[in-house]
Design a protein around this ligand. Structure first.
Ligand code: NAD
Length: 491
């Protein structure tokens, strides 16, 4: 199977003819040859998008007209949701049941931003009767969208929908380890009637195609989701062009359990929070902090549940934990498991490949107890099915531990003490906190992290802010006083 770029309404190979190969995570067999974009391909895509911006109808349409196309995109996704889920499952190793949920979310993203753009007002500031100041939102220009491999189709649509809603033509660079489902986007966009040149897709290696997109002078905004290290590289590269950046980066999110919590529900949330999506989830609850009074009990129960998490073929509907994305990533996660053992953490579940799955990137759900903040497995994002459990005695210690990494994406708090909830909610350094809840998202709310987890927010009108400039017009409705310089007689 071959996958090409999609530039100005046409499927095209790379100018250089270069390609790369994608592997199937469950077997590591190569199954797809993909065009590997370089600066010439990115340039062609940006030119097409730029032309759609300067001369095309898209940025000039009424919000309602763009919204109608976005709703048609959502409908086109819905008619293909089974095939999107199947492609995603094959391409990423995500369990099929979870891939189906991600496909549904992709359609919701377009419906949601269709509603946002038709309901979002612009501001007027009256200064008494003397001045009327009004703000219009203008699309920024060509948006460069760079996405990771963990939930590719959903995350691509999470950026495409608001960028298109705002009126920006786009160039999307999907992750090279998961290019397959993005291959459906051209026919979806065409079926929905998106004008030619508004959606462009360039596949390729991050350091080549991604870097060329970041460097391109006609791309004023980059929305990036990926690793913190890559985020830093992109920020440096974007500095010369003074580009608008939205950075959704890595995480090492704590789930804090006090002894007054509903422990069974906290356990459900801990297990789901770190083992769903193969643990390859930016908001994974990968550090579980448990009050010492219930610590041993919680560790025992967590280990028992982890041992029963069903690891298996991604296309089996009963599978809860599939195959990690790539052999390199599998090796990296396994290296962390070895590091955890060497650092002296107590391995209480998993830690190795299930015997029944000799091929592919499989790893049993893994639990380390007695993890201390000095250990690398406490500090670094593993991005796999590995959870670290650490005891604490007091609320102060819980807060210190929760904040003891460089990341600050999400946090989860389990307690029934109202005052403590609010104290910790103010003290925890994270962009998003869930209290007595798993990670349920309301698309209107700001999504993003603090510290090394990101810069800026997406979600609802925050996403529209990324892709628009606020343009203020000051209009005098009366004669405002103007200081008169240059009327004095010469001295
Ligand atoms: P990655 O940073 O390796 O790659 C992400 C994308 O950036 C890919 O498309 C890649 O090709 C591209 N890229 C790489 N180098 C580049 C460069 N120099 N210039 C431009 N583009 C470049 O990340 P990944 O391994 O694909 O994804 C996993 C990471 O993503 C984890 O750290 C995870 O926490 C993070 N993530 C964050 C969120 C969030 O919303 N905060 C969501 C999902 C994943």
């Amino acid at each position: 199977m071959n996958l090409e770029h999609y530039i100005d309404g046409a499927h095209v190979p790379s100018v250089s003819g270069a390609t790369f190969t994608a592997l199937e995570p469950a077997t590591n067999r190569p199954y797809l040859t993909v065009a590997a974009g370089g600066p010439e391909d990115v340039s062609a895509a940006v030119s097409a998008a730029r032309k759609a911006f300067t001369d095309g109808p898209w940025p000039r349409m009424m919000g309602e007209e763009r919204a109608a196309v976005l709703r048609a995109i959502a409908a086109a996704i819905e008619t293909r949701d089974e095939s999107i889920a199947a492609l995603e499952c094959r391409d990423t190793g995500l369990p099929i049941a979870q891939a189906r949920g991600q496909a549904r979310r992709a359609a919701q993203n377009f419906r949601f931003f269709a509603d946002v753009i038709t309901t979002l007002g612009e501001d007027v500031y009256r200064v008494g009767s003397a001045q009327l100041n009004y703000v219009v939102r203008k699309p920024v220009g060509v948006a460069g969208l760079i996405t990771p491999w963990n939930t590719p189709f959903m995350l691509e649509t999470w950026k495409l929908a608001p960028a298109l809603a705002a009126g920006c033509p786009v160039v999307l660079k999907p992750a090279e380890w998961s290019p397959l489902s993005a291959g459906l986007l051209p026919e979806i966009m065409e079926e929905a009637g998106l004008p030619t040149g508004v959606f462009n897709l360039v596949h390729g290696i991050g350091e080549e195609a991604g870097a060329a997109l970041v460097a391109h002078p006609d791309v004023p905004v980059i929305s990036f989701t990926g690793e913190t290290g890559t985020g830093r590289t992109i920020m440096r590269a974007a500095a010369d062009g003074l580009k608008t950046l939205s950075m959704e980066l890595g995480g090492k999110s704590p789930l804090v359990v006090f002894d007054d919590a509903d422990l069974e529900r906290a356990l459900d949330a801990a297990v789901f929070g770190v083992f769903s999506l193969n643990g390859e989830r930016c908001t994974a609850s990968s550090r579980v902090l448990v009050q010492d009074t219930v610590y041993e009990e919680f560790v025992t129960r967590l280990a028992a549940r982890a041992t029963r998490v069903r690891v298996g073929s991604p296309d089996d509907p009963a599978t809860e934990l599939g195959a990690l994305i790539h052999p390199e990533h599998h090796a990296r996660v396994m290296e962390y498991v070895r590091t955890g053992v060497e650092e002296g953490a107590r391995l209480v579940a998993g830690g190795s490949r299930p015997e029944a799955l000799p091929d592919g990137n499989f790893l049993a759900a893994t639990v380390f107890a007695d993890v201390t903040p000095g250990m690398r497995i406490f500090q670094e994002e593993i991005f796999g099915p590995v959870v670290c459990v650490t005891p604490f005695a007091t609320e102060t210690e819980a807060l210190e531990l929760a904040n003891a990494t460089r990341y600050g994406l999400a946090a989860y708090l389990w307690t029934n003490d109202l005052r403590r909830t609010h104290r910790l909610a103010q003290g925890i350094e994270a962009g998003m906190l869930w209290v007595n809840s798993q990670n349920v998202r309301d698309l209107r709310t700001p999504f993003g992290g603090v510290k090394a987890s990101g810069l800026g927010r997406e979600g609802g009108r925050h996403s529209i802010d990324v892709y628009t400039e606020s343009h203020i017009v000051h209009l005098a409705t009366e004669d405002l006083p103007i200081p008169r310089f240059g009327i004095a007689e010469p001295a």
